[in-house]
Design a protein around this ligand. Structure first.
Ligand SMILES: O=C(O)[C@H](O)COP(=O)(O)O
Length: 274
């Protein structure tokens, strides 16, 4: 599934020099993954496997000799815990962790809490794929009758945001995610990278997809075929104008990474094969 990305990036590759490196990674597996429910802005913790994945990422980066300077997370615990575990495994716990709602998972609106396989049975696998992966499709918004509405919007963490609670999303397309994320990338993360800091972003499947779309120049059509595995650091090398100098690299055992991508894709099927 990363094929399009590699081709797009490879086609643009010239002999530009890499000036900056940044890591983008989806948090470790969340507790709701086993139940196959859309989690989105519900604050589920990491599963036992998710904890192991986060620690394994830290060991991988430590063995490769990386020294992080700052980690950015969303306001959701699974992204923050991934950062903590990763830093612990790297023995770099002192590194600042900065949280922002702008890295939160895509807001899945009324779909939050629903089971993907049941949705595939009722609406078809292709429809579920479009809901999950298309660029500009917005889902029906969450409203006060939704079982998770109050849990999300009464949560104190959302009174710390740079927009009022009323202006926080009630549903988002991937395009909306990029629109709320890009000002933070440009205004806060890029200046840190330009100061020479090694940044890791511990985000979510779709906030990371939005960022990769922007950085790698992935087209609206091709982003549909990009699925990210949990707990896998992605190394991006950029030139002085923040254009990629080489295809992004998913670090780790490549067969295991492909299996992890298939597992995420399979969540939208009536019967899981992996
Ligand atoms: O919100 C979720 O449940 C996941 O983080 C992403 O789900 P998806 O793979 O269906 O987009």
């Amino acid at each position: 599934m990363m094929f399009f990305t590699f081709v797009a990036a490879a086609a643009r590759q010239s002999f530009r020099m890499s000036k900056y490196k940044v890591f983008v990674m989806r948090h470790g597996e969340g507790a709701w993954t086993k139940e196959n429910r859309f989690c989105s802005w519900v604050d589920q913790r990491l599963s036992e496997d998710g904890v192991k994945e986060a620690l394994a990422c830290g060991h991988l980066l430590k063995e490769a000799g990386y020294h992080l300077d700052v980690v950015f997370t969303s306001l959701l615990s699974r992204s923050i815990h991934t950062a903590w575990l990763l830093l612990e495994a790297m023995e770099q716990e002192w590194v600042p962790v900065v949280r922002t709602w702008r890295l939160n998972e895509r807001h899945y609106g009324a779909l939050i809490g629903l089971n993907r396989a049941e949705m595939a049975l009722n609406h078809g696998e292709e429809q579920v794929k479009q809901w999950r992966r298309s660029y500009d499709l917005t889902l029906p918004p969450i409203d006060e009758s939704h079982p998770y509405f109050l849990e999300i919007y009464n949560d104190r963490r959302y009174s710390t945001c740079d927009v009022s609670k009323e202006d926080l999303p009630k549903s988002e397309s991937l395009k909306d995610v990029l629109e709320r994320l890009q000002p933070y990338w440009d205004g806060t993360i890029v200046p840190e990278i330009k100061r020479g800091k090694l940044v890791l972003i511990s985000g979510h499947g779709n906030s990371c997809r939005a960022l990769l779309k922007h950085l790698e120049g992935i087209s609206d059509a091709d982003i549909v075929n990009v699925t990210l595995p949990t707990g896998t650091p992605i190394l991006i090398e950029l030139d002085e104008n923040f254009r990629p100098t080489k295809p992004m690299q998913l670090l780790g055992d490549q067969e295991a990474i492909q299996a992890a991508i298939r597992k995420v894709e399979d969540q939208g099927k009536v019967k899981q094969t992996t």
